[in-house]
Write a protein that binds this ligand. Structure first.
Ligand code: CIR
Length: 268
């Protein structure tokens, strides 16, 4: 494990607990209907894990009109000094952004630039993989080229570069970060379909075994790495490389296409 760098150092997180109608959200997988009580318990354990990593956790009010709103990561992209509110690519999720605007602006404090993706751009935060001072932006069924272009322009003044990776041909993932994650500034985690992508040429990549592909969506938070439970080979590999994984139950969020990263907006 390399020394902790700013892109993995956080002090706060915004979350939004699932609502009783959580199961009415969007999903593309056939893993059954989520057990909402279990989802709420898994979410509470996730918040405890963030606190154990040293973060102050702010829970935003539930939004029953938006059953996918617990996947709060999709509504904003935050880098030091800049908060970019997104324009989610699913029409049913567009209304989630308004309430994140106030919370993110307040949490980032005076001096932070607040920007907003506008039509015809679309962008889901889950398509943005921050790796050091570079953003890999997935072009997906949710994020389009115009959304990626706007985001790249908004973060450039803060010293960030950006490049795109088209994931529309990879059926197993909804968002880029379902298959590509930065766990320190010198190491990416990737599923097989992305590990050899030309955009990652020259980058050290830890491949997740195909049978454990869901585990790729892990989250480095300060000294720990949050990992979905039930993926022993990946867990062992992280430990072997000196990381300190923290396992969390994700079964109910997985049924709705969700992963660990999408359950929080992590702030520097
Ligand atoms: C959706 O389809 O939008 C939600 N059911 C899942 C979003 C997951 N977000 C993410 O991985 N960043």
């Amino acid at each position: 494990m390399s020394p902790l760098t700013s892109s993995h150092r956080f002090t706060r997180a915004l979350v939004r607990p699932p609502t009783p109608n959580f199961a009415e959200g969007l999903t593309s997988v056939s893993l059954g209907t989520p057990d909402v009580a279990c989802a709420m318990a898994q979410h509470a354990a996730y918040c405890d894990a963030l606190r154990a990593c040293g973060l102050a956790v702010e829970a935003l009010p539930p939004q029953p009109a938006f059953p996918d709103a617990t996947f709060i990561e999709d509504t904003a992209v935050i880098v030091p000094g800049v908060a970019v509110l997104t324009r989610p690519g699913a029409a049913s999720r567009l209304g989630e952004v308004a309430s994140v605007r106030d919370a993110a602006t307040r949490a980032m404090g005076a001096g932070c630039m607040v920007r907003e993706i506008v039509a015809p751009g679309t962008l889901d935060g889950g398509d943005v993989c921050e790796h050091g001072r570079h953003l890999f932006i997935g072009i997906s069924h949710r994020t389009n080229g115009e959304g990626a272009r706007q985001l790249a322009a908004f973060v450039a003044p803060a010293g960030y570069t950006a490049s795109t990776i088209d994931i529309r041909g990879i059926d197993s993932i909804l968002h880029l970060k379902s298959g590509l994650v930065s766990i320190d500034d010198e190491l990416l985690v990737a599923i097989d379909e992305l590990a050899a992508h030309p955009a990652l040429a020259g980058q050290p990549v830890l491949r997740v075994p195909p049978a454990e592909a869901y585990a790729a969506n892990c989250v480095r938070v300060n000294d720990r790495v949050l990992v979905a439970e039930g993926y022993p080979r990946f867990l062992g590999e992280l430990r072997r490389r000196g990381f300190a994984p923290l396992e969390l139950g994700m079964s109910e969020f997985r049924k709705m296409d969700g992963g660990l990263s999408c359950l929080s907006l992590r702030l520097p």
